[in-house]
Design a protein around this ligand. Structure first.
Ligand code: NDP
Length: 233
């Protein structure tokens, strides 16, 4: 579980813990928060910056060394660096791509051979409605999230005959630190375009992830499941 120290990742960690998983919760800098969530989820916290290939590889090795085989991988870690493209720096572009798309690439590459050998595994990648529809001021973020959909579908095709399922979840607007920065005007605009008439909660997303990781989803792969109150349909 990458990016489990807060927001959606923390809710997914608690949900998978409740469902009986032994949760390995990754974080980048927020150790105290990560350890608190890991205690609630009945798991353990592991520091690594998943935008760095070596750190992602070390993360997988450390988790397997301490907790055993990884059956489920949730690539949730993500960041935003919002600005209009004309003003976007190379760093804004590279950091977002390296974390949001590079992270899942690094963790999947470090793990898939092992899952293929065992002929089982479930991977869930966190994309966004923004990856499907775009959003002004988020060219870097939208590109990274659209890339995740391509990565998910390519991997689903590569790994299906080895018993490994790969899916994506596309949340709409969920109340977390990532969306705390939205203006009131933007918030009202989103609400008026959301048939269910509210922002989502991290728990709304966690339930969808748990389903995709479970045996109930044994015949589901390459799917992008929208959890967005109808915003992106
Ligand atoms: P938050 O900003 O609340 O949390 C981000 C998490 O990612 C933290 O645990 C953070 O760790 C971790 N993280 C960030 N960079 C790295 C890194 N390089 N390596 C390891 N961990 C890292 O985000 P949300 O909970 O809102 O979002 C979670 C995911 O859901 C993201 O992929 C986001 O794009 C996606 N999403 C969110 C939506 C929303 O409305 N909130 C909508 C659609 C998609 P630390 O605490 O240590 O910094």
């Amino acid at each position: 579980m990458t990016g489990g120290s807060r927001g959606i990742g923390a809710a997914i960690s608690r949900e998978l813990g409740r469902a009986g998983a032994n949760v390995a919760l990754n974080y980048r800098g927020n150790r105290e928060a990560a350890e608190a969530v890991a205690a609630e989820a009945g798991g353990a916290a592991f520091q690594a910056d998943v935008s760095n290939a070596e750190e992602a590889k070390r993360l997988v090795e450390e988790v397997e060394g301490q907790l055993g085989d990884i059956d489920i991988l949730v690539n949730n870690a993500g960041i935003t660096r919002d600005t209009l493209l004309a003003r976007m720096s190379d760093e804004d572009w590279e950091q977002v791509l390296a974390t949001n798309l590079g992270g899942p690439f690094h963790t999947c590459r470090a793990l898939v051979r092992k899952m293929m050998k065992r002929r089982s595994g479930a991977i869930v990648n966190m994309t966004s409605v923004v990856g499907l529809h775009g959003n002004p001021g988020q060219a870097n973020y939208a590109a990274s999230k659209a890339g995740i959909i391509g990565l998910t579908k390519a991997l689903a095709r590569e790994l299906g005959n080895r018993g490994v399922r790969v899916n994506a979840v596309a949340p709409g607007y969920i109340t977390t630190e990532l969306t705390d920065v939205l203006s009131e005007e933007m918030r009202q605009l989103i609400l008026s375009n959301t048939p269910l008439g509210r922002l989502g909660s991290p728990e709304d997303v966690a339930g969808a992830v748990r389903f995709l990781c479970s045996e109930e989803a044994a015949f589901v792969t390459g799917e992008v499941l929208l959890v967005d109150g109808g915003l992106g349909m």
